[in-house]
Design a protein around this ligand. Sequence first.
Ligand code: NAP
Length: 282
Amino acid sequence: MATTIDGKATSQAVRDRVAREAAEFIAATGHTPGLVTILVGEDPASQVYVRSKGERCREVGMASFHDQLPASSSQDEVESAVARWNADDRVDGILVQLPLPGDLDSKPVLELIDPSKDVDGFHPVSVGRLVANQPGLRPCTPAGVMELLRAYGIPVSGAEAVVVGRSDIVGKPVALLLLHQSATVTIAHSRTRDLAEVTRRADILVAAVGRPEMITGDMIKPGAAVIDVGINRTDNGLVGDVEYASAAQVAGAITPVPGGVGPMTIAMLLANTLEAARLRRG
Ligand code: NAP
């Protein structure tokens, strides 16, 4: 039976470290790292997400700001909000909660964020730095995947890694992070021929698809580390992209859903906010 990779405990460990290091940073610089969440409209799920980001931020001793804009905001109004926070020195990280409502276009909004405050890591400058393996702010969920591998001592260098999914927010960045740690990386997607043949090569298998339990035990190499990024709401509750029961019989280590990658995202957002404060203030 596979070792359970505990995202809750690992997330707590990251948050404890961020709290310690934030306190040291404040003592050394007199500046409290700050994160602003910008929410347009009142989508209930988004409200829960931004509230918990704010709470977690305060828990680690960092400053939290919230900018609530009406759903009726124009593109200009949303972009002006970003510009205001770019200019506000109390804030080191800007997070625009997605999706934006109605016809608002998120792309120009995200591109307006000062790259030095881009704690979500979605700005083209951050993407370029990731591709070039230069220091910068990395997207939170992919960074969380890497932190889980690190925390559980799973060797990455030289390993065969297969990432299923090629989205800009998970699949591609996680593949690049694995590559930069010298894994041999394959990216699979909806057009991949014989997916099971590809996934069975993986020492590290990352599933970021958004299809409930599509990766089954027979698609996994015995002893592999399986990281399930998927979050799918079904009639049977929350499930991942991996069929946990059959996968756990074969894998060496596996993340549960919930309680695996999910809790890592906010932890890495806090780590990014502290990192942004450091990069911005030397
Ligand atoms: P996405 O943008 O919908 O991308 C899904 C990817 O899966 C695409 O690249 C798609 O291939 C590929 N795919 C779809 N069907 C496939 C199939 N049958 N075989 C192989 N590949 C297939 O999704 P995402 O934003 O990356 O999110 C993926 C999952 O992670 C979702 O469940 C999401 O909820 C979850 N998620 C969790 C967190 C977190 O834990 N905090 C954060 C972000 C996302 P094509 O490119 O060919 O269409």
